[in-house]
Design a protein around this ligand. Structure first.
Ligand code: GDP
Length: 195
């Protein structure tokens, strides 16, 4: 999809700040450093729109972007950053849970997993959590350019074996470096959001 217009509408911490418009919403989740900002920036063809406030140590917010005025992208702050305190982690959990539980226009979540590594406990928890709330998921396997061609299949399989996704949840091998998977990711996102 060609993105002519992409802008940050609001960085929210609670429902009273969520934007009102009933546009379909797709949210993006993954552990810190998985390549989430790079993924969002690549598919919307912007250099660093998805960047604000997501640095470790800064206020962790749900960032709502309007995309071509047809949908919202919601950037969920990354999990698994070691230096985050217990208290902050708990606040993160409450913020995300509140969003996932209550947001009726949420059509699905893109869960990003680094294809080089075995998924973490938190990756598995996040997937199970999404399934508990019956939210459709697209798995995006990031940093494909970093695995050797001969090892691609084994790496993809390792991730899928660990997550064990429901048959209806698709997966897309992706690289922000080469652009691999960009069109496929868009197709999957549009299908999910029905726009
Ligand atoms: P975030 O914390 O999940 O938003 O991760 P970023 O998008 O900031 O990426 C974290 C680091 O991984 C940065 O140094 C990126 O340049 C790098 N990175 C992200 N995606 C890719 C990719 O597809 N290939 C390679 N080689 N590096 C990537």
């Amino acid at each position: 999809m060609k993105v002519n217009n992409a802008e940050l509408i609001i960085s929210a911490v609670g429902p009273e700040q969520y934007p009102e418009a009933g546009l379909p919403e797709i949210a993006f989740a993954g552990r810190s450093n998985v390549g989430k900002s790079s993924f969002i920036n690549t598919i919307i063809e912007r250099k660093n729109l998805a960047y604000t406030s997501q640095q470790p140590g800064k206020t962790r917010t749900l960032n709502f972007f309007a995309i071509n005025d047809v949908c919202h992208f919601v950037d969920i702050p990354g999990y698994g950053y070691a230096k985050v305190s217990k208290k902050e982690r708990a606040a993160w959990g409450r913020m995300i849970e509140e969003y996932l539980q209550t947001r009726s226009q949420l059509k699905g979540v893109v869960l990003l997993i680094d294809v080089r590594h075995e998924p973490s406990e938190q990756d598995l928890m996040m997937y199970d959590w999404l399934k508990y709330y019956e939210i459709p998921v697209i798995l995006v396997l990031t940093k494909m350019d970093k695995v050797r061609k001969t090892k691609r299949h084994a790496h993809i399989k390792q991730v899928l074996n660990a997550i064990d996704p429901e048959p209806e949840d698709g997966h897309v091998p992706f690289s922000a470096e080469t652009g691999e998977g960009k069109d496929e990711a868009w197709r999957a996102i549009r299908e999910l959001g029905r726009f």
